[in-house]
Design a protein around this ligand. Structure first.
Ligand code: ADP
Length: 248
């Protein structure tokens, strides 16, 4: 399912905090439309890697490219976001007093412009996109309900929906199934695998059962660089990976 080659390319990226190398000569290539899972023990550098991609953290060395045209190291955080790189943090942050629909409506603002107000006229295009997104995230029948009544899992889907309003090209998702029920996890697996193809999705996740259920390709980070990469079966039978996880 590789469409047009890599969408994201990190080469020999390193960053230190107070002399500690959190990311150490990291090389990573994500193909357009791919769903990639990133795993690794605590402190492996997963969060720092996401921070580097979104421009929150500047590496000391290396290069980071989005497609073949955008050198992300020459761009600031809002400009990187407006290229179509969306990030979902672990905790859901939806507007609880607003309806599901209104949350999606607010999320149509690009990162460059200020949030549009709810009184602003809505175009047919936005209405159509909200309908599409409601179907994708499975919340169509709840669209008039305040987001505050949603379950934890439904809030997570709504927040993914809010990112989808802007048709991102790359979604970075941090531990999407933490705290979810088994059923919510299955639905999240369907959602994320369904999104891949339309956009590239990078998922950082600790739940190995979940990773196995969605990932075609898994990258194992350890001490700030790639320890192993391949199918879940390949990486989970790699002696180096076993050692790192048993040693945790
Ligand atoms: P992971 O997400 O895989 O658990 P992190 O990227 O959060 O790993 O952290 C990698 C290492 O870098 C950890 O040892 C962490 O303590 C350190 N680290 C991350 N961010 C900072 C920071 N802003 N200042 C100092 N140390 C940091």
């Amino acid at each position: 399912d590789v469409r047009h080659g890599p969408i994201l390319y990190l080469e020999d990226v390193s960053v230190s905090f107070d002399g500690f190398r959190a990311i150490n000569k990291l090389n990573l290539t994500i193909d357009d439309g791919e769903l990639r899972c990133i795993i690794g023990p605590n402190g492996a550098g997963k969060t720092t890697m996401m921070d580097i991609i979104t421009g929150k953290t500047r590496p000391d060395e290396g290069s980071v490219w989005f497609g073949s045209r955008h050198n992300l190291l020459q761009m600031n955080e809002p400009d990187i976001a407006s290229l179509g790189i969306g990030r979902k943090f672990q905790k859901p942050t939806v507007f609880e007093a607003l309806t599901v629909f209104q949350n999606l409506e607010l999320a149509r603002a690009t990162n460059k412009s200020i949030l549009p107000t709810l009184t602003e006229r809505m175009t047919g295009e936005i209405q159509d996109r909200i309908d599409e997104v409601l179907l994708l995230i499975g919340l169509k029948n709840l669209h008039r309900q305040p987001a505050g009544i949603l379950s934890h899992g439904q809030k997570q889907w709504l927040e993914i929906g809010m990112l989808l309003m802007q048709k991102p090209r790359l979604l970075l998702v941090d531990e999407p199934v933490a705290g979810m029920t088994e059923q919510e996890m299955e639905r999240t697996a369907e959602l994320l695998t369904g999104l891949a193809g339309q956009q590239s999705v990078v998922v950082v996740e600790h739940d190995m059962g979940f990773v196995r259920s969605i990932a075609r390709k898994v990258t194992v980070l350890h001490q700030g660089s790639v320890l192993a990469e391949g199918s879940m079966d390949q990486v989970s039978s790699d002696p180096r990976v076993i050692e790192v996880y048993l040693g945790e």
